[in-house]
Design a protein around this ligand. Structure first.
Ligand SMILES: *Cc1c(COP(=O)(O)O)cnc(C)c1O
Length: 410
C-alpha cells in the first residue's frame, strides 16, 4: 500500500497476507477517486437525485427558546434515503465498486441498518449482495432483515461464538478471502483496517462540507460548537470534516453512556478511562477489553453506538485534543429525544439523540449570540419498539399483543 494508514499511533492495516493485493487495489481506487474531481461530482449528482442531498439545516427555534442560551441548528442527515447518513458511505462505496469492475458486495451488520443501506445500494447498482448477521441479531431485527431480503440480498445468520456483530465480521472476512476477485466488502463505519477509516470519513465529509457553507450562508457565522454521536465514528467524522481547519469551532463527540459508570454498563471508549489501546478487527485503537485483550460486554439503548472499538482517526483527535468526548446515559438520551419530538416535531434516532442530550446540557450556559450545530445522523422510525418500551407506552403494548393474537388465530 502507498500509505501505512496511521493517525498518530492509531489505525494501520492488520490483515492476512492473502488480502494484501485486494487492499492495494482498494487503496488505489480510493486515492484515484479522491484525486479525480469527476468522482465527487458523480457522487454529489447521485446523492442529490437518490438521497435528498444537500440535506438542509433546520433552525430549532422552539428548543432555542426553551433553553434560553445558544441558537440551536440541526443538520438533517435523517432525510437521507434509508433514514440516516449511512447512505452517504454505501452509495460512495457503490461507485468505487463499479470503478473496480466488481459485481458483488458483502457487508456485516449488527442492528441491520448498515445491512439495509448496503442491500439498497446493491439493488440500485445491480450487484449481488450477501449480508452477514449474527443469528441472535437476525432473530431480534426482523423488520430490517425483511427489507434486506425484499431487496434481493442473501442474509446469512452466523451461528458461531456469541452469534452477534463480531462473529458476523469474522464471517464476512472469510467470504472476502474466498471471493476477493469479484467482491467488495462494504465496511459500515470509519473503523477497520486502512483504507476504510480514511475512505469512509472522506465519503461522509459531504455532511460537513455542506453544513459549513449552509451555516455561513444562513447565519453569517460559524457555529461555536458542533455535536455528533459516536459509534464507530462515521457521522462524527463526516460533520467534523467540514470544520477541522476552523480553530474557533469546538468539536464534541458523544458516546453511549448506557446505564452509567462501570465496565459492561456502557460503550464509552474515549470519554472515560475504561478502554485501552490494542489491535483487533484489523486495526489499532481504543477497545473496551480486559487485560488479556478479551473484548468486554457493552451496553447502550441504541444498537448503533454499542461497539467495543472506535475510529482510529477519532482516537488520534482525542489525544491531540482537537475533539472533546462526552457520554450521555440511556435515560438522558430518551429524555432528549422526547423533548425534540415534542418541541420541534423532529424524530432523532436513539443514536443521534446522544448528541442532542449533550448539546442540551451545554446550550443553556452559552450566550444567545453563539450558535451550535447538531448532526441529526438519522431518524427514529426504526427505534419505535425500543422507545415505546423505554417510555412504557401501554397503547403500544396493547397493539403488539393484538397483532400477535391475530397471527396466532390465522
Ligand atoms: C449507525 C448509526 C450511527 C453510528 O454510526 P457512526 O459510524 O458512529 O456514525 C449513528 N446514528 C445513526 C442514526 C446510525 O444509524
Amino acid at each position: 500500500m502507498k500509505y501505512s494508514g496511521y493517525h498518530g499511533r492509531f489505525g494501520g492495516a492488520f490483515i492476512p497476507e492473502i488480502l494484501v493485493p485486494t487492499f492495494d487495489e482498494l487503496e488505489a481506487a480510493y486515492l484515484e477517486a479522491k484525486a479525480d474531481p469527476a468522482f465527487w461530482q458523480e457522487y454529489e449528482q447521485l446523492m442529490s437525485t437518490y438521497s435528498c442531498r444537500a440535506t438542509p439545516i433546520t433552525y430549532a427555534e422552539n428548543l432555542t427558546k426553551y433553553f434560553g442560551g445558544a441558537q440551536i441548528y440541526i443538520k438533517r442527515e435523517d432525510l437521507n434515503h434509508t433514514g440516516a447518513h449511512k447512505a452517504n458511505n454505501v452509495m460512495g462505496q457503490g461507485l468505487l465498486t463499479k470503478r473496480m469492475g466488481k459485481k458483488r458486495v458483502i457487508a456485516e451488520t449488527g442492528a441491520g441498518q448498515h445491512g439495509v443501506a448496503t442491500a439498497t445500494m446493491a439493488a440500485k447498482f445491480g450487484f449481488d449482495c450477501t449480508i452477514y448477521m449474527g443469528a441472535v441479531d437476525v432473530a431480534r431485527q426482523r423488520p430490517n432483515v425483511f427489507w434486506m431480503e425484499q431487496m434481493g440480498a442473501t442474509v446469512v445468520a452466523v451461528e458461531d461464538g456469541s452469534a452477534t456483530l463480531k462473529d458476523a465480521i469474522n464471517e464476512a472476512f472469510r467470504d472476502w478471502v474466498t471471493n476477493m476477485d469479484d467482491t467488495h466488502y462494504v465496511l459500515g463505519t470509519a473503523c477497520g483496517p486502512y483504507p476504510f477509516p480514511d475512505m469512509v470519513s472522506w465519503l461522509q465529509s459531504i455532511i460537513g462540507k455542506e453544513a459549513r457553507e449552509q451555516m455561513l450562508e444562513r447565519t453569517g457565522q460559524l457555529p461555536s460548537r458542533c455535536y455528533a454521536c459516536v459509534g464507530g465514528g462515521s457521522n462524527a467524522m463526516g460533520l467534523f470534516g467540514g470544520f477541522f481547519e476552523d480553530e474557533s469551532v469546538q468539536l464534541v463527540g458523544v458516546e453511549a453512556g448506557g446505564h452509567g459508570r462501570g465496565i459492561g454498563q456502557h460503550a464509552v471508549r474515549l470519554a472515560y478511562d475504561d478502554a485501552t489501546v490494542g489491535v483487533a478487527q484489523g486495526y489499532k485503537t481504543y477497545f473496551l477489553q480486559n487485560t488479556d485483550g478479551q473484548m468486554q460486554e457493552t451496553h447502550s439503548v441504541s444498537a448503533g453506538l454499542d461497539y467495543v472499538g472506535v475510529s482510529p482517526i477519532l482516537a488520534a483527535l482525542h489525544e491531540s485534543k482537537r475533539v472533546r468526548f462526552e457520554a450521555a446515559t440511556d435515560a438522558e438520551v430518551v429524555e432528549a429525544m422526547q423533548l425534540t419530538v415534542r418541541k420541534e416535531g423532529l424524530i432523532p434516532a436513539l443514536e443521534t439523540s446522544h448528541g442532542f442530550a449533550q448539546a442540551f446540557k451545554e446550550a443553556p450556559e452559552m450566550s444567545k449570540d453563539e450558535i451550535i450545530l447538531i448532526n441529526q445522523s438519522g431518524r427514529a422510525d426504526k427505534d419505535i419498539f425500543t422507545v415505546a418500551d423505554a417510555i412504557d407506552d401501554p397503547k403500544w403494548k396493547e397493539f403488539i399483543i393484538r397483532k400477535a393474537e391475530e397471527y396466532k388465530r390465522a
